[in-house]
Design a protein. Structure first.
Length: 340
């Protein structure tokens, strides 16, 4: 097993290089980068100043020498692979570069937003697992009962509505119409002036709606995965044998069937790490939460390539580490699994 995990860890290196090379090459050929943005700003500034632009200046307000300096500044004067090797060398030294939009260090921008995404991600994961697993067990044990049918209707309604759409609806109803919760943000404007108890209450009020939108997205899949897997195990021969030998139905379910039913849940546990940190850019956009998801979304819109690559480095590494953790979780839940 140790040799297997060593191989998996070593496979992170070529996988990481493949992902980053592909995205790095794409960023070099997609139009609308920092140089094009500076050219557009220069054209707009000259127009606002009332300068009469010649046809050549309208198409290109900067001189060839100025564009050459910009290409050199942003590293576009070198071949793609050479630029990638230089960028990778900086990443290995812990330098993710500088934002071409805000001119701040990329790692500093990411570091400010990771705690926000972690806050919502961990709470969403705890709620999802804490509610979906018991609900899935209850639905499996009471299959085709009134409770099962009613809860299925509620769960499917939630599944039909994307999390960000549910967030918009909740903002309209609970924040705008009834004014029970704030319209957005992580904390209020007067947060620093409040006492500890008031700060906790303010943070809670700002957390409820975004957290509900986060949970809605994965609630249905997890619930029915738990229910269907448990029902398959309850119908298995080993459970019927245990009951025929005098074991109660409750003990047969919780002592034997439940552990085997947790295996599919365990396979997806490690993958949630990248989701926890990366966040959901749509939900963060709706609720104006300045987390990792919103940072990545805005960096794509603004063609802020260093930030795009920086968030890619963090999310891809977490995803690959999460896959390894998923294998560990499976091995813990199912001792029969042998990794070679």
């Amino acid at each position: 097993m140790i040799a297997y995990f060593i191989r998996r860890i070593l496979l992170i290196i070529p996988t990481f290089i493949g992902i980053t090379v592909m995205v790095f090459v794409i960023t070099r050929f997609v139009p609308g980068g920092p140089i094009e943005r500076i050219i557009a700003q220069a054209r707009q500034m000259k127009t606002m100043q009332g300068s009469t632009l010649s046809p050549e200046e309208q198409s290109q307000p900067l001189s060839g020498e100025q564009i050459g300096e910009l290409r050199k500044y942003y590293g576009f004067d070198k071949p793609v692979l050479v630029s990638y090797v230089l960028w990778l060398g900086k990443v290995l030294r812990g330098d993710l570069g500088t934002s071409t939009r805000y001119y701040d260090p990329v790692w500093a921008m990411i570091r400010e937003r990771i705690p926000i995404s972690l806050y919502f991600g961990i709470l969403a994961m705890l709620l999802t697992y804490g509610i979906c697993i018991p609900l899935g067990i209850a639905k499996a044990v009471r299959h085709k009962s009134g409770f099962d049918n009613l809860s299925s209707i509620v769960v499917f309604i939630g599944y039909a509505i994307p999390g960000w759409v549910a967030g918009v609806l909740m903002l309209i109803l609970f924040a705008s119409h009834w004014e029970l919760f704030p319209l957005g943000g992580l904390v209020g404007d007067d947060f620093e002036d409040l006492t500890r108890i008031q700060q906790g209450a303010d943070l809670f009020r700002h957390t409820v709606l975004p957290l509900a939108a986060y949970v809605i997205g994965s609630f249905t899949v997890m619930t029915f995965l738990m229910k269907n897997t448990l029902m398959d195990n309850i119908a298995s021969d080993y459970v019927r044998t245990a009951i025929s030998k005098g074991l109660s139905f409750r003990r047969a379910v919780f002592g034997h069937a439940l552990r085997n039913s947790l295996i599919p849940i365990a396979t997806s546990f490690g993958n949630n790490i990248s989701v926890i940190v990366a966040g959901s850019f749509l939900i963060e956009k709706v609720f104006n939460i300045d987390g990792m998801g919103l940072l990545g979304y805005e960096s794509v819109l603004e063609r802020d390539y260093p930030v795009i690559l920086g968030t890619l480095v963090i999310s891809s590494l977490l995803l690959m580490i999460g896959n390894i953790l998923s294998d560990i979780c499976v091995a813990i839940v199912d001792p029969r699994v042998q990794f070679k």
